[in-house]
Design a binder for this molecule. Structure first.
Ligand code: GLC
Length: 466
C-alpha cells in the first residue's frame, strides 16, 4: 500500500495545527446543549473524555459502498482503469438500491460484535450518498433517488451503534486536484464542495460520532506528480520527494472550527491535516507496535479491495480473531471493512464470517471490549489486554509447553482459561509461567485470565522476548 506521512509528522502537524487553530471556546460548545445534557459538561478541549466510548468499543464496521460497487472491481476502478469522468458518471443509472433496508447492515454489525460503523459518504470518485444542494452527482439526484446517508444514520442510531461517516476531499472529477496551482479555479471549486459537504454532513443528520477522513492531506494534492512503474496501468504513488509547496490550501483552519462547532464530540482521524482524535493505520501489514498513548485504529478489509470485488475471498476465522487480539493487545481498535454489492447486500461468506467473529466475542468479549492493551507486550506468543484486576493473555501460538512471562509488580491470585478450562501458573521473582493442557487450548486464541491482587492498569508495559 501507499506510504503516508510518517506518524511523527502527522502528530507534529496535528499538534501545531491544534495550537494554531481557533477552536471555539468550551463554553460556546457547552451552550449548544441543554444544561441537563451530559454533553453540556464536556469540554471540547477534553479529547480524552470524548474518545472514551470509542476506545472501549474496540471493534467497528467499515463500509465502502458507492458507484464503484457496480463494476465490482474495487473502489479505485475509475483511476485504475482510467475511465473518463463522463463515462464513469453513467454508473449512477445502475445504482438503485431500492430494496435496501439498512437494518440488514446493522443487524450483521451487531451480530459480529461491532460497536460502531463508518460508511463512505463520498469517495474519491466524487459521488455523494447524500444530498448536496449544489452538486447533482449524488444518490439523491440520480437513479437511487435516496439520501442514503440519512437512512443509514437513522438505522445505525436506532441499533445503538456509533455512527461514523467517511469522507474524501479528493475528487477525481476536478482537474484542480491534479494541478492545484495551474487549475486554481477548479481546485477552489473542489474546496468549496468539500467545506459545503462536510458542513452538510455535520449539521443535517443529528449527532455523528466519527468523521473519518481520507486523502485530505495537503501532500496528497497533485498526486499525479509522482508515478511508479508507469506502464499500461498507471499506478499512483504518494509524493515522496518533499512536501506540496504550491499555493493552494484546503483551508482547514476554517473547516475545523466549523466541524467542532457543529459536532463537539465527533471523533476525527488524522487524514486531513486537522487535529486528530485517533490515528489511522491501514491494512493488515500496518498492524505496527503497541501504543497506549495515541489512540489508533487499524482499518483493513475482510476480503480483497475496500469496495465490492466480485472475486474477493474471505479468510479463515482464525485470521480475524487473531487480528482482533493483536490489535486490542497493541491498544488499538479494529475497523473491519466490507464492500457490499451495488444493491447493498454483503456477500454471504463475509456475513457468515462476521457472525462467527460475533459468536467468538460472545464468549471472549470481556478480554477485548473496555480493555486496554498490555501489560505483557505483544510478541510471537500473542498479546495481552487488561481490565480492572484482570490480565487477559491471548496465546496465539504455543511455542513451548509453557508460556514464560516476565515478572510484574502484582501477585497473581488465580488463573483460568476463559470460556472454561484450567490454567496452571507459577509466579516467582523471575516471572510467571503459564500452562494449559493441549486439549484445553484453542488453536485460534487461548485466552488466559490472570486475576491480580491489584489493578493491572498500574503495571508498566513489559516486553516479552518470544
Ligand atoms: C486507501 C484506499 C482508499 C480507501 C482507504 C481506506 O486510502 O486508497 O480507497 O478508502 O484506504 O482506509
Amino acid at each position: 500500500m501507499k506510504t503516508r506521512f510518517s506518524a511523527a509528522t502527522a502528530l507534529l502537524s496535528g499538534a501545531l495545527l491544534a495550537a494554531a487553530l481557533a477552536v471555539p471556546a468550551a463554553d460556546t460548545l457547552a451552550q449548544s446543549y441543554a444544561p441537563e445534557h451530559p454533553m453540556a459538561r464536556l469540554k471540547d478541549e477534553d479529547p480524552a473524555a470524548r474518545i472514551k466510548w470509542w476506545r472501549g468499543a474496540r471493534f467497528g464496521m467499515f463500509i465502502h459502498w458507492g458507484l464503484y460497487s457496480v463494476p465490482g472491481r474495487g473502489e479505485w476502478v475509475q483511476w485504475n482503469e482510467q475511465i473518463p469522468v463522463n463515462e464513469y458518471a453513467k454508473l449512477a443509472d445502475q445504482f438503485k438500491p431500492d430494496g435496501l433496508n439498512f437494518d440488514s447492515w446493522t443487524e450483521v454489525a451487531k451480530a459480529a460484535g461491532m460497536k460502531y460503523m463508518v460508511l463512505t459518504a463520498r469517495h474519491h470518485d466524487g459521488f455523494a450518498l447524500f444530498d448536496d444542494g449544489a452538486n447533482p452527482f449524488t444518490s439523491v439526484n440520480t437513479a437511487a433517488r435516496r439520501d442514503l446517508v440519512a437512512d443509514y444514520v437513522k438505522a445505525v442510531r436506532k441499533a445503538g451503534l456509533g455512527v461514523g461517516l467517511y469522507y474524501s476531499p479528493l475528487d477525481w472529477r476536478f482537474p484542480g486536484y491534479f494541478f492545484p496551482d495551474l487549475q486554481r479555479e477548479s481546485a477552489e471549486a473542489m474546496r468549496a464542495q468539500y467545506h459545503r459537504q462536510v458542513e452538510k454532513l455535520m449539521t443535517s443528520y443529528g449527532k455523528i460520532d466519527v468523521l473519518w477522513f481520507d486523502a485530505g492531506e495537503t501532500d496528497w494534492l497533485n498526486f499525479g506528480a509522482e508515478w511508479k512503474d508507469a506502464g499500461a496501468v498507471p499506478k499512483w504513488a504518494v509524493r515522496y520527494n518533499g512536501h506540496y509547496k504550491g499555493g493552494f490550501s484546503w483551508q482547514h483552519d476554517k473547516l475545523y472550527p466549523a466541524i467542532r462547532r457543529a459536532q463537539p464530540q465527533v471523533l476525527m482521524n488524522g487524514r486531513a491535516d486537522m487535529p486528530e482524535d485517533f490515528h489511522t493505520r491501514e491494512g493488515d501489514g500496518a498492524l505496527g507496535d503497541f501504543d497506549n498513548q495515541q489512540p489508533w485504529e487499524l482499518a483493513t478489509t475482510m476480503a480483497g479491495a475496500w469496495g465490492y470485488q466480485a472475486d474477493a475471498q474471505v479468510k479463515p476465522l482464525k485470521h480475524y480473531i487473531q487480528l482482533l487480539a493483536k490489535v486490542a493487545g497493541r491498544d488499538g481498535n479494529l475497523l473491519l471493512n466490507v464492500g457490499p454489492r451495488p444493491d447493498g447486500r454483503i456477500d454471504a461468506p463475509q456475513v457468515e464470517r462476521l457472525r462467527e467473529i460475533g459468536a467468538w466475542l460472545g464468549k471472549y468479549g470481556q478480554s477485548i471490549y473496555e480493555t486496554r492493551g498490555g501489560p505483557f507486550l505483544p510478541a510471537d506468543y500473542g498479546a495481552s489486554t487488561h481490565r480492572g484486576n484482570t490480565v487477559y493473555v491471548h496465546v496465539l501460538d504455543w511455542k513451548k509447553d509453557k508460556l514464560a512471562l516476565p515478572p510484574i509488580p502484582a501477585r497473581v491470585v488465580r488463573a483460568s482459561v476463559l470460556g472454561g478450562g484450567k490454567a496452571g501458573f507459577t509466579q516467582t521473582a523471575q516471572g510467571i509461567e503459564l500452562s494449559v493442557a493441549p486439549a484445553a487450548r484453542d488453536d485460534m486464541d487461548t485466552v488466559i485470565a490472570l486475576e491480580l491482587d491489584s489493578p493491572a492498569a498500574a503495571i508498566k508495559p513489559v516486553p516479552v522476548s518470544h
